[in-house]
Design a protein around this ligand. Structure first.
Ligand SMILES: *[C@@H]1O[C@H](CO)[C@@H](O)[C@H](O)[C@H]1NC(C)=O
Ligand SMILES: *[C@@H]1O[C@H](CO)[C@@H](O)[C@H](O)[C@H]1NC(C)=O
Ligand SMILES: *[C@@H]1O[C@H](CO)[C@@H](O)[C@H](O)[C@H]1NC(C)=O
Length: 408
């Protein structure tokens, strides 16, 4: 294990020697903020919100990102008091690098505790038909005194018309005590998105919840490969040492082949990657008889190999956020998952501190959208408001893998 992690670090260094110039050019910052701000109806409304505690600027943090055509969508979970809106949009043609977030679809939807509106959104996934699938935890002040105001829900928004088209409460039998319903990927295959499924990770109670859009049904898998690894739960980065026992979190969908496609996944506190055929998890009757279908890939990312989000592009290359290394990694899924086949496509110890979300858009050429948000510093109240703390970055996928081990 030690030897492997050393090899991984050497791979980082040698890759950088060859590639850092190219990699730096592949990664760009579109937006960055010292502190998050919102576009209030008027300046007076903003001041009033600050005065009455509805807006406490240092408590807002960006977490999830998505892109559809000329807009980005960004979530700001209500983890501490004073987050006035939880989902916003931003133009893709940034006029100001620290533009205020515009609450989406409008301010009326942002009234925590009104359970037809939004309470605390973690992440979003947009399918190729323009439906944004949104996970609302329903809980506020998770980092202070948690209050569950509404049940966790999966919300569907049409991003062409900006209409909320459906809200599905996750059935209580699939939400356990202390569940953290944190991440989702959408599996849309047919041209009209009739046969859409959403796969949802329960990071604290180690479950995989499947949603089938055709009849709005949910079911839940448990498996030992969803659990965190003890030693990988000990994180050290930028002088901070903390323990997060986070289970299944990052998920990415491979290419469709003979009517099936793989779902790759990993616990956040883990150095390993796993895979299950989606034909298995899409079959509700397999919930209690699929234990042998969840498989470990061979390689091990080493002792600082924790990964948050991951996604696979049209060429079958997986991109993943190495949270303890300020880096974005790559793996060509056509090759075995082994340390020598993993590359680093971007590394920056200022702009990539805690890369958190990573999504691929539906454009040609395709780009990755990344949020880095210094989450551990936010959790321990160590955010310095004089520095740029929160970034929306993009990665040119072609440039990123050029001459790397991930190139086809
Ligand atoms: C709750 O939110 C919905 C959606 O924005 C809105 O139509 C409704 O008026 C709100 N209800 C209350 C009591 O605020
Ligand atoms: C956790 O990490 C810290 C800092 O690297 C280290 O001192 C400590 O021994 C680790 N704990 C375990 C159980 O590995
Ligand atoms: C679902 O799984 C069951 C076994 O539990 C199997 O008999 C059935 O053929 C599967 N259905 C599909 C559509 O693959």
């Amino acid at each position: 294990m030690e030897e492997k992690s050393l090899m991984f670090r050497l791979a980082v260094l040698s890759l950088c020697a060859v590639q850092c110039f190219a990699a730096n050019k592949a990664l760009g910052t579109l937006y960055r903020w010292k502190q998050i701000d919102y576009e209030f109806p008027t300046t007076l409304d903003r001041l009033a919100a600050i005065q009455n505690g509805d807006f406490i600027q240092q408590n807002a943090i960006i977490l999830g990102v998505e892109r559809w055509k000329d807009r980005l969508f960004v979530s700001t979970p209500a983890w501490k008091r004073g987050v006035p809106a939880t989902l916003s949009s931003l133009p893709i043609n940034a006029e100001s690098e620290s533009a205020p977030l515009r609450p989406y679809p409008s301010w009326e939807w942002h009234n925590a505790g009104n359970c037809t509106g939004f309470t605390s959104i973690f992440r979003m996934a947009i399918d190729h038909c323009g439906t944004m699938w949104v996970l609302d935890s329903g809980q506020v002040e998770a980092f202070e005194t948690p209050r569950q105001l509404c049940p966790p829900s999966l919300i569907a928004i049409d991003v062409e018309t900006d209409r909320v088209i459906a809200r599905h409460v996750i059935p209580p039998e699939f939400v356990l005590q202390n569940s953290l319903i944190s991440n989702l990927v959408v599996d849309s295959r047919d041209a009209l998105c009739k046969d859409t499924h959403v796969y949802i990770a329960d990071t604290w109670r180690n479950g995989l919840i499947v949603y089938r859009a055709s009849d709005a049904a949910f079911w839940r898998f448990s498996h030992f490969t969803f659990l965190p690894e003890p030693l990988m739960s000990n994180y050290t980065l930028h002088g901070l040492n903390f323990q997060w026992t986070d289970g299944i979190f990052g998920m990415s969908l491979g290419k469709l082949h003979n009517g099936d496609r793989p779902l790759y996944y990993h616990a956040m506190s883990s150095a390993r990657e796993f895979v299950v055929p989606t034909s298995v998890i899409r079959n509700q009757t397999r919930v209690s008889n699929a234990v042998g279908e969840f498989k470990a890939l061979r390689g091990d990312r080493g002792d600082i190999g924790q990964v948050s989000a991951a996604a696979i592009d049209r060429n079958g290359v997986m991109f993943f956020n190495l949270v303890s290394q300020d880096s974005i990694g790559c793996w060509n899924t056509l090759k075995p998952y082994e340390i020598e086949n993993l590359g680093i496509v971007a590394h920056n110890d200022k702009t990539l501190i805690f890369p958190n979300d990573l999504r691929l858009d539906h454009e040609i050429p395709q780009r990755a959208w990344i949020i880095s948000n210094r989450l551990p510093m936010y959790q321990f109240n160590l955010i310095d408001p004089n520095e740029y703390n929160f970034r929306i970055m993009y990665l040119d996928l072609k440039k990123a893998v050029q001459d790397s081990v991930c190139q086809n």
